[in-house]
Design a protein around this ligand. Structure first.
Ligand code: NAD
Length: 262
């Protein structure tokens, strides 16, 4: 299948590791020019160099915090100066800590809103005018299965990700006329550092080992395994492609069937 992405300009936020990195790699493999960001410049630059070497595409990498609106604005300006526009924007950030409601501080709520909701607002505000000019654009948000089914001890994610879905649907409605498609991808349990962090938190709380936590998450999914980050990335790339040209305002779960609803 020809995805029609060769030469497109793809911004992938929070992409030095995990699902973000797999997504940047998957766009590069399709011949896109890729702009990556994350807070740690050493990890980010190493990831960017590897992608350039492997896929022989142009890559821009910039260290920044996605919860800093001015930094996001400067980053998008730099992408436009270097590549001449933005066609695709994938929003992402590290997940909030695993906690129950009474354990969450007000600072936890503030940070979850900034990292996992407002960062998407910051990117959308910057990229949409460029996409409108081209009358073509794709925004894909990375959230979680929590947008469909709350997960125990992830109250911050359960509550804040819902706002992203409201935003996605609103942007899809408002900018469909400009050829801009906006969708949300909700990963289930995916083998990344984030999942190791969750396993550590849960094993302290439950007395189970981290391996037992991984095994129980895998057993919950009909596919009986965790996702590889590449499997989430390839769904994102498809949603950004010409082959998903009539899909907008949707949440697509990549969860091995974990979501129990219809
Ligand atoms: P990860 O922790 O492996 O990677 C997160 C990436 O984001 C890293 O590159 C990190 O440097 C970057 N980052 C974090 N905070 C940032 C910030 N403020 N500014 C810039 N960069 C930042 O996580 P992951 O597993 O790849 O998850 C990506 C997203 O998907 C997270 O929001 C996570 O909660 C969500 N998610 C993950 C899973 C899973 O099982 N891994 C499941 C559901 C949802």
């Amino acid at each position: 299948m020809n995805l029609g992405l060769k030469g497109r300009i793809a911004v992938v936020a929070a992409s030095s590791q995990g699902i973000g990195l797999a997504t940047a790699e998957a766009f590069a493999a399709e011949g896109c020019r890729v702009a990556m960001c994350a807070r740690n410049d050493r990890t980010l630059n190493a990831a960017a160099e590897k992608i350039t070497e492997t896929h022989k595409v142009e890559v821009l990498a910039e260290a920044l915090d996605v919860s800093d609106a001015a930094a996001v604005s400067g980053f998008v300006s730099n992408v436009v100066s270097k590549f001449g526009g933005v066609d695709i924007c994938v929003t992402n950030a590290g997940g909030p800590p695993a906690k129950g409601f009474l354990a969450c501080t007000l600072e936890d709520w503030q940070r979850a809103l900034e990292f996992n909701f407002l960062s998407t607002v910051y990117f959308a505000r910057e990229v949409i005018p460029h996409m409108q000019r081209k009358r073509w654009g794709r925004i894909v948000t990375i959230t979680s299965i929590t947008t469909k089914q709350p997960v125990a001890d992830l109250v911050l994610s359960n509550a804040v990700r819902a706002a992203v879905v409201g935003l996605v649907k609103s942007l899809a409605n408002e900018f469909g006329k400009d050829g801009i498609l906006v969708n949300n991808v909700g990963p289930g349990f995916t083998a990344t550092d984030r999942l190791k962090e969750l396993a550590r938190a849960r094993s302290v709380a439950s007395g189970k080992t981290e391996q037992e936590m991984f095994d129980s998450w895998a057993a919950d999914a009909p596919l009986r395994r965790l996702a590889d980050p590449r499997e989430v990335a390839e769904t994102i790339v498809w949603l950004a492609s010409e082959r998903a040209s009539y899909v907008t305002g949707q949440t697509v779960l990549v969860d091995g069937g974990l979501y129990k609803g219809l």
